[in-house]
Design a protein around this ligand. Structure first.
Ligand SMILES: [Zn+2]
Length: 258
């Protein structure tokens, strides 16, 4: 009995060891490895068909900081038009977020998520975009809030187009989260590139200069959102080219989404 099962068990062990050893290659082969050019979010039709996603936003007030809320509401309308046009070119319907909430504290957001360390958040279930308008009791500057809004809108687009769909065979780890977040940074820059190019330059440079502090919270943020340098690099791509294709973080090598 032993003589017959031992070779079978051995063969089995060899196959198992091989599977473990070649797991990454197999994932690459079936297109589920993070960074595989064949994974579903990397080959979405939007990359080839949507064209430039940006545009001007004539509705914005001339003095952005005079009324930050009015600027955000005007920008939301422009973002809806930009994304409707881009998705339309790819033959996809666009639905605006169900609501844009300008909140004074993270606790007011609709998500019910336990993480309160953010300046904006997209609640994917309710499709609500939240932007924090105060920090430490002070009103935030308007353009950084506009970038937050454009970033959360990008999450909305990732959601309604299925790019953020977590039902596939991919691995949903921190590397996946960084690709999602850095893509949102890139798309935010693409949508704002003609809205306020100079302010976008300033914001990108301050992201690049962000010291990667070693505090626990900063480290956790970097793990899930990418470093300041990575964020600035993807913002620059979105700003320069302004297309979904230039923001395809899903097929970028790991070092570009660190
Ligand atoms: Zn985000």
């Amino acid at each position: 009995m032993l003589r017959r099962t031992l070779p079978v068990a051995l063969a089995f062990a060899v196959v198992l060891a091989g599977l473990v050893h070649f797991r990454d290659d197999l994932r690459e082969l079936v297109g589920t490895a993070p960074g595989s050019g064949r994974s579903a979010p990397a080959v979405h039709r939007l990359y080839e068909m949507s064209g430039p996603v940006g545009g001007r936003c004539a509705d914005l007030p001339g003095d952005l900081d005079a009324d930050g809320e009015a600027a955000l509401r005007a920008l939301a309308g422009c973002l809806d038009r930009m994304w409707e046009a881009a998705l339309g070119r790819a033959g996809l319907d666009y639905e605006p977020p169900s609501e844009m909430r300008l909140v004074g504290t993270p606790e007011e957001a609709a998500c019910g998520i336990d993480d309160f360390d953010w300046s904006g958040i997209y609640c994917s279930g309710e499709r609500v975009v939240n932007v924090l308008v105060e920090r430490g009791g002070e009103e935030r500057e308007t353009f950084p809030m506009m970038f937050t809004l454009a970033h959360e809108y990008a999450h909305h687009v990732q959601q309604i187009t299925g790019i953020a769909d977590q039902s596939g065979p991919q691995v949903f780890d921190e590397a996946w989260s960084r690709r999602l977040e850095l893509q949102a940074d890139c798309l935010a820059a693409a949508t704002l590139r003609d809205v306020h190019p100079y302010l976008l330059n300033d914001l990108r440079r301050s992201a690049a200069a962000q010291s990667d502090a070693v505090e626990e919270q900063a480290a956790a943020y970097r793990d899930s959102h990418g470093s300041g340098a990575s964020s600035a690099r993807w913002m620059l791509r979105g700003q320069k080219e302004g297309t979904m294709a230039s923001c395809n973080t899903w097929k970028a090598p790991a070092e570009e989404v660190s």
